[in-house]
Design a protein around this ligand. Structure first.
Ligand code: PLP
Length: 391
């Protein structure tokens, strides 16, 4: 039989490494720090069940086709909600997406032709790399430090490469947990006025702060309307509902809507109506508070355990989000460490796949939201054994 003739865009694409590792960690006796999963006991099951029942019975329309832009009351709610992080938006400047992942995909679909350049942080969110590769983008990278991406390097890269898109996760970044400082947010917003580059500000973790500090979005400083802000209810309510949103300039959103028409017509109406009711009835903020407390505690438990690991491993110190990032001593291979770790029944994600430029085999990401505090302690004990076996 002759070979199936795949599209060039997917010919050399590998599956998402994390998804492959997650398959390995499905065994029940493995303690996994690998995924970016919320804690299953954080899901507001009873409230959502009640709301789902009422919404289906009272609003028969939500079982009908809806508009591609999204459920109007939810768009209105979001336009008001993002004021909390300094974004002024009308309802027309909000589009509902099937997770913020779809937001990244729709912007790339609208803007990236084969060979166009996208600037990303190094390291950055693995699935964003995967999406941009699917659209056959070229990559340029900007590095950063404990305050997030270097604005000088970002601007120099933008000036040199004239990218169509810059992609940043400024708050509690995936994978590093690092947050872009206030000064740098202002500077990034300002620099966009001098370049024809759209910034994708991907922010699924911003509300998961374990301190009282709430930083404004970069979009709050977007005088040139060049920022598309992506938000998500995945980490705040439930990822299975697949609900996110994009806030941006209407003509760019319109292109995304045209792309979405062909992708899925519209985001699941029931999920939209349920999350809207969840917010309207005042459940969202108390729920966020309770997750912040729970995850803040888990972070502390994991950080205490890190003190028992060899001192030559450098760890980031996030104040929110879901991840801690580690740098093993140069020359160590986190992929090999993972083999030793799986033998001890604990898993994490090696860092290499978060770098478009590859390398960095000595880096790794730990998730602290999914396991219980007791399992975090036990998993970190196992990781210590794996490190001893590796060395
Ligand atoms: C940085 C980043 N962007 C987007 C997503 C996708 O989130 P969603 O479930 O909203 O599609 C994730 C999920 O882990 C993420 O870490």
């Amino acid at each position: 039989m002759s070979e199936i003739r795949y599209a060039e865009r997917l010919k050399n694409m590998q599956g998402n490494v994390i998804r492959e590792i997650l398959k390995l960690t499905q065994q029940p006796d493995i303690i996994s720090f690998a995924g970016g999963l919320p804690s299953p006991d954080s899901f507001p099951v009873l409230v959502l069940a009640e709301i789902a029942r009422e919404v289906i019975l009272d609003k028969r329309d939500i079982l009908q086709y809806g508009t591609t832009e999204g459920y109007l009351p939810l768009r209105e709610f979001i336009a008001g909600w993002v004021k909390g992080i300094g974004i002024e938006a009308t309802t027309e400047e909000v589009v509902i997406t099937s997770g913020s992942q779809q937001g990244i995909d729709l912007i790339a679909k609208a803007m990236i032709d084969k060979g166009d350049t996208a600037v990303v942080e190094s390291p950055t969110y693995l699935a964003a790399i995967q999406i941009l590769k699917t659209y056959q983008a070229n990559f340029a990278v900007a590095h950063g430090d404990h305050e997030g991406v270097s604005v000088d390097e970002l601007e120099a890269t933008i000036a040199r490469e004239n990218p169509k898109i810059a992609y940043l996760v400024p708050t509690f970044q995936n994978p590093t947990g690092i947050t872009l400082s206030l000064e740098r947010r202002k500077a990034v917003g300002a620099l966009l006025a001098h370049h024809n580059t759209v910034l994708v500000e991907d922010d699924p973790y911003g509300r998961l702060s374990f301190t009282d500090e709430v930083l404004p979005a970069i979009k709050a400083y977007d005088s040139s309307q060049r920022v598309v802000y992506l938000g998500s209810f995945s980490k705040l309510v439930s990822p299975g509902l697949r609900l996110g949103f994009a806030v941006g300039e209407p003509s760019l959103l319109r292109k995304m809507v045209i792309g979405k028409q062909g992708a899925d017509v519209h985001t699941n109406n029931l999920a939209q109506a349920m999350v809207y009711e969840f917010c309207r009835r005042g459940h969202l903020e108390p729920h966020i508070q309770s997750i912040r407390t729970q995850y803040g505690h888990k972070l502390k438990v994991m950080q205490d355990c890190l003190k028992d690991l060899p001192a030559d491993i450098k760890w980031t110190s996030p104040t929110g989000g879901l991840f801690i990032w580690g740098e093993l001593p140069q020359g160590m291979d986190a992929g090999q460490l993972l083999v030793a770790a799986i033998k001890e029944k604990v898993a994490f994600i090696p860092g290499e796949s978060f770098y478009v430029e590859g390398g960095h085999k000595h880096t790794m990401r730990l998730n602290f939201s999914n396991a219980t505090p007791d399992n975090i302690r036990e998993g970190m004990r196992r990781l210590k054994v794996a490190l001893q076996n590796y060395r």
